[in-house]
Structures are given as structure tokens and as C-alpha cells.
Design a protein around this ligand. Sequence first.
Ligand code: ARG
Length: 402
Amino acid sequence: MTEKVVLAYSGGLDTSVCIGWIAEQTGAEVIAVAVDVGQGGEDLEAIRRRALACGAVEAEVADARDEFATDYCVPALKANALYQDRYPLVSALSRPVIVKHLAAAAKKHGASTVAHGCTGKGNDQVRFEAGIASLAPDLKCIAPVRDYGMTRDEAIAFAEVNGLPVGTTKANPYSIDQNLWGKAVETGFLEDIWNGPVEDLYSYTQDPAAPREPDEVVITFTSGVPTALDGRPVTPLEAVLEMNRRAGEQGVGRIDLVEDRLVGIKSREVYEAPGAIALITAHQELENVTMERDLARFKKGVDRRWGELVYDGLWFSPLKRALDGFVDDANEHVSGDVRMTLHGGRAVVTGRRSGESLYDFNLATYDTGDVFDQTLAKGFIELFGLPSKIAAKRDLATPRQL
Ligand code: ARG
């Protein structure tokens, strides 16, 4: 029986060429799978038809936008996930949902192999292959661009010779990846890290410096999940889409980052993630109000580790799964409203209220109504400082040798 290969298909030049290339190199039949994670652009049916026109024996498309928002973006929000404190894991989050659809298609069609269009220099190859290894350890992985050294010029030539319906007229100098959670742009003149980003890189955000009226939004969370905007109930997908629009209009969420890739190199990437940055800002603030101090302090470390695991392609790993349990539990009481002003590229919290708040006015106030017993502070500090005091006495008695 002819071997079958399931290809992660985007509809672009590289993966369109991969269809014929894989068939030529391996003799296998290629099944193209395209997953809509909110990248916009063409409709799925057009992409499906192109895959067939490029020689796929079958082509499947999946609208995974709700799934991506609920099962991938929301967990990232609960973990305030920002790699290197800044990058909200846009591409890193989409790979596992694509992997899930690839593994399911491979099972359905009895394929032995999964293929993707990544190069050998990035993180996404790791995310695809480590993800497949976790979900379907018997599947093989191939990456034609990396493994058969397919260059862009060869891809264009292959498309021309074989009359593939891929427009190569206007070569984009950038490598772009985008989805609901944001957009990533690299290469081109950005590879000189002294060069500033130019306005036409951006499509999710307006110029934050342009004069305009501020926008005010109230975001409601229920156990860490955004459930209403300005009092209107929303699904996670709707929350992300609406916040992308409103925060994007105010230029929120532009990020210019030199980041540490898993493969060891530093690379420069320009991101825009207006909805993600606004939602994470609001969520972090609601945690400040509702989360007990030690839990909040500990969670910061868990959040960082969670983000690194996901960045490193270990979404389906046992450690990531266990941390999900912690993050979910920690979010139990993260419910309430956060009011934010969106303006000039910033999302600034101006108010918070919560039925689960740990902020106690009567403990915090310096005015009448104060119930905090200040006489207790003296003894508390005496004991709290005691270990340092004992150590200091010893150190003063035995001065350090110079
Ligand atoms: N550097 C980001 C990551 O590893 C984005 C990768 C895809 N970026 C791109 N411009 N094609 O998650």
C-alpha cells in the first residue's frame, strides 16, 4: 500500500510546493491539513482547493478558532504567559492545536508520517515534532525545507515548472506568522537589530503616537477566564477578537524583542498582540486583588516556567500538564471586573472590583474605620528580624579577614 503523509498546510508557497516535493522524494500520497487559528486572509475552502490543485490526494480544513481561544489562549492568560517577560507566545501557542489536528488526521487516514514546512533554524520545528512525539509517538516527522534543503528559489522554480496555483509575484521580504493571539514578523531589514520597525509591519495595531480619544473598557473574569466586556457576555474567542480591535485601535501591544530561541541563537522579532497584552494586564491586576500573597509570589515562578515550556515546544509534556493543574487551581478566585483605559499604546488599569477580593478597606485605611491593630506590629517585627539580628551579632564579633 502507498505510504501516506499528512502535511501541515498553510496555503502559502512553501507548503504548496511541499506537496509535490514530498510525493516526488518519498513516493507517498500527501494529505493536506489546514487549521484556522484566526490567521485571517483567505477562506478555508480556497485553501483546500489549492491543496488539491497542488497534488494532494485529500485536503482537510478545520476551523479551530474557538478551540484555540478556549483551550490554548485562555490557559496562557491564566498563566500570564510572557516569554522573556514580553512575548505572549503567539506562534508557540498555535503549534500544539495544529499538531492535535495533524495527529488526528494521521490516525484517520492511516498515515505513517507527518510533514511541516519549517526551516531548521527556528522553534516551530521543535514544537511540531515534540508535539507529535507526545500525541502519536509512532508517527515519523519530515520537514522538506530542512531535510531536503529546499530553498526559496527552488520552491519558486518548482511552482513555475509544475504550474502550481501560487502567486509569487509580490515577494514579501518578511516571514510572518499570525493568529488570534497576535502577529510575529521577522527577517528582512529587521535582522539588523539597530534598524527600527517601520509602520507597514503592523496590521493589528494603529500607530500609538497618533492623536485620538482614549477608550475605556471593563473586562469581567470568572475564575481567570474573560466572560464579559462592558457587561456583555462573551466567549473567549469573542473576548480576544474584540480586545484585538479595541486595544489595536489604541496601538496597544507592539513588541520589539531580541529573543533566545530554543535552538540557541538570538533572533529579533517584532510582535503585535493588542488583545493578549490588554487581557494579560487586566488578569494580572485581578490576581493582585484576589490571590493570597504566598500563592501569588509562588505563581510568578510557575508562570515563567509554564511560558518557557510552551515556548520550548513542550505543550503536551507531563510537567506542563502538572503546572496547568496548579495554574487552574490558583485561578479559582480570580473573578471580578477590571476597568482599563486604552490609549497611546498602553492598557492602564484604573479600577478593580471583586466579590472575591482580599483587599480589606478597614485593614488598609489610614482614616477612621481602621481595624488593623498597630500594636501587634512591634512584636512581629522583633521576631521577623530575629535571625538577621543573631547573625549580625556573630558577624560583628568575628570581622571578615581582608
Ligand atoms: N519567534 C517566535 C516564536 O518562536 C515566532 C516564530 C514564527 N515567526 C515568524 N515570523 N515566522 O514563537
